[in-house]
Ligand binder design. Structure first.
Ligand code: WT7
Length: 644
């Protein structure tokens, strides 16, 4: 990497930054030398009911136990609301921008507090208790934030399921954690279309006997069926409930939420986050990575259905008393200028989005961007997948007019918040690199045997010690937690990502090294898509891999072997794509289906995915060693009949 590709810290940003370079170096050294003292200080950013005296108690070996601030008590919702009332009760907490550009509203901290208290009381009145799980299946409306905070307020564990997931996916995620209640809406709105959330929920609930109560937000006013004795309107129960509520006193290690994410096997994993460490991490990272100054308008374009929405739309910004923008729509509706129009309309200072959105907008050229001013923008962020230098440069030059630093933030559902990212006032950027770890984060690279690698090199990305925001377990399956994250490399948290480290110590994430693919910044397990495909009566076998996709980063490439009497027609191809959409959701729909009379397998029957990935990527002249295949002829056929 030549010096020409380094974008230095701007003096004017550094001068006003919360963390200039000297402070970053000092904090990094202190967090490494004395983590207990460092986090004992840093955790004071949260209001504790009882301040913790035990700070770090973590062990990555054996049964793996991760505890932070374990004798402290707090309430996450009170940290996001009550503690701001005296100083900024009338400040806007949430700016909501609807799918329709004529639809927006502002909710102050006082108003949000009242709504949350009402819903907390309504949930309690239904019998929802501390430790119960409440599933949330909502569009991007203010009530989604209210739902999360109301659960947190009474000590119920929320489990948000992205509104784009199918009835089956929703049902699986309800059954896995035995949730007792569901909060949903009549319909969602996206890009001028409606999403039938309540209809999907009704379908899912047929196989979810644990759910006793359903609260339905009237979001569109669409006509939906309400089941007497089970379904109630959000508007009715909150109107009837008291606007006063005393937040539950939670232990730092009490669960705050479960969030399902895809793994390398078929069954989604219920990532479990607890209260104290997560809140400290959400607040710490939101403030420092985005250099958040009081009064600024901050916008993260994610959906609350993903961890980015949890940490960087709701908990982080609200814990910090920020004004957070929630957007119901999509980047290209009504047109591809929408993001920048919203930036101007609400005078957004900090803007955080995904590379896939940037790449999609790039295709339309600079015109739609130039139509807007964007003068309010100060910091830009990227998350979800590696950002290719071309997209980085366009984001920097066209959107930010060479004025705004880009924070390329690497993290995962499991990490709770950002672990590797430039701090805008401290770290020079290199387009495509997430750069350096935050203070208190210890990333290392290891080879296939777990040997630690030093200097400029490439390897498996592991984290050598715990940080407060780390996941604590997989809900109901601690053994799978240990197996998935701590057994590949003994004593280390394994991220599942590969990375390169350059001579400056900068990290360049190269992508997943397991059977997980990253489609438009969303994680998808290849096994999940395969399981959905083989459910179809005409499919005998399926193998799914990722392939480079211009907009999505990675696309989904499925090799399908049909049952003996099925015809490989264009109609069947379409039917299978629609089938996966219905089984899992639109994000899982294969981009390419190739008919495969046979799949490349070893003599022991294991599918050689390495070869399938090469064919999908059209790198057929570098297939590598095929000598261990049971039938090498299979490969020739697949190469000759490449699809897409
Ligand atoms: C995976 C985690 C983090 C919230 C959104 C996705 C990839 C994420 C980056 C980045 C390169 C990135 C990794 C990671 N990833 N951010 N800045 N540069 N890769 O959360 O669904 O849990 O996925 O997303 O592969 O492991 P997730």
């Amino acid at each position: 990497m030549s010096d020409a590709d380094v974008v230095p810290v701007k003096p004017e940003i550094a001068a006003a930054a919360l963390i200039p370079r000297a402070r970053y170096d000092e904090m990094t050294a202190r967090a490494a030398a004395a983590p207990d003292e460092f986090w004992a200080e840093e955790c004071k950013r949260i209001d504790w009911m009882k301040a913790p005296t035990k700070i770090k108690n973590t062990n990555f070996t054996g049964d793996v136990s991760i505890k932070w601030f374990e004798d402290g008590t707090l309430n996450a919702a009170a940290n996001c609301l009550d503690r701001h009332l005296a100083e900024r009760g009338d400040q806007v907490a949430i700016i909501w921008e609807g799918d329709d550009p004529n639809d927006s509203k502002k909710v102050t901290y006082r108003e949000l507090h009242e709504q949350v208290c009402r819903l907390a009381n309504a949930l309690s009145a239904q019998g929802v208790k501390k430790g119960d799980v409440v599933t949330v299946y909502l569009p991007m409306i203010v009530e989604a934030a209210v739902a999360l905070l109301a659960c947190a307020r009474i000590g119920a564990i929320h489990s948000v399921v992205f509104g784009g997931f199918s009835p089956d996916s929703l049902a699986n995620r309800i059954q896995d954690c035995n949730s007792v209640a569901l909060i949903t809406a009549d319909e969602g709105r996206r890009g001028g279309r409606k999403v039938a959330l309540k209809l999907n929920a009704d379908e899912a609930l047929k196989s979810c006997p644990t759910v006793k109560n359903v609260i339905v937000v009237k979001a569109t006013g669409g006509d939906v069926a309400m089941q007497a004795g089970r379904d109630v309107w959000y508007e009715d129960v909150t109107a009837a409930a008291s606007p006063a509520h005393t937040p539950a006193e939670m232990n730092a290690e009490d669960p705050l939420f479960i969030l399902y994410t895809s793994g390398s096997t078929g069954k989604p994993k219920g990532v479990l986050h607890t209260t104290g460490g997560y809140m400290v991490w959400a607040s710490f990272t939101h403030q420092y990575v985005f250099d958040y100054h009081p009064g600024e308008v901050y916008w993260c374009t994610a959906d609350v259905g993903w961890v980015t929405g949890h940490t960087y739309i709701v908990y982080g910004p609200l814990a910090n008393g920020a004004t957070t923008l929630m957007f119901e729509g999509i980047p290209n509706y009504p047109d591809t200028s929408r993001f920048w129009q919203v930036v101007d309309k609400h005078q957004v200072n900090i803007f955080y989005t995904a590379p896939t959105a940037i790449r999609a907008l790039m295709r339309d050229g600079e015109g739609p961007v130039h139509k807007t001013s964007r003068k309010s923008l100060r910091i830009l962020g990227s998350v979800g997948e590696p950002i290719n230098p071309e997209a980085w440069n366009w984001y920097y030059r066209v959107v930010g007019e060479n004025r705004c630093p880009i924070v390329d933030t690497w993290w995962q559902t499991e990490t709770g918040g950002i672990l590797i990212s430039p701090l805008p006032g401290a770290i020079a950027q290199k387009p495509g690199s997430a750069t350096l770890p935050l203070p208190g984060v210890f990333p290392i690279l290891v080879d296939g045997e777990g040997q630690r690698l030093h200097g400029a090199t490439e390897g498996n990305l592991c984290i050598a010690d715990s940080w407060p925001g780390q996941m604590r377990s997989l809900y109901g399956d601690h053994a799978r937690f240990v197996q998935t994250y701590f057994s590949t490399f003994k004593g280390l948290y394994f991220t599942g990502d590969g990375a390169r480290r350059d001579a400056d110590g900068y990290f360049w994430i190269t992508g997943r090294v397991d059977d997980v693919i990253n489609v438009s910044g969303h994680r998808m397990g290849t096994a999940e898509v395969e399981s959905a495909l083989v459910l179809h009566p005409k499919v005998a076998e399926a193998a799914v891999v990722g392939f480079p996709h211009e907009i999505k980063g990675q696309g989904i490439y499925a090799y399908v072997t049909l049952v003996a009497d099925a015809e490989p027609t264009e109609a069947l191809r379409k039917e299978l794509v629609a089938w996966v959409r219905k089984e899992i959701g639109p994000i899982a729909a294969p981009d390419v289906i190739q008919w495969a009379p046979g799949l490349p397998k070893t003599r022991s029957g294991k599918i050689m995915r390495r070869i399938l990935r090469k064919i999908a990527a059209n790198e057929t002249d570098s297939l590598g060693d095929t000598s261990t295949l049971a039938d090498p002829g299979v490969v020739t056929d697949l190469v000759d009949n490449r699809a897409g």
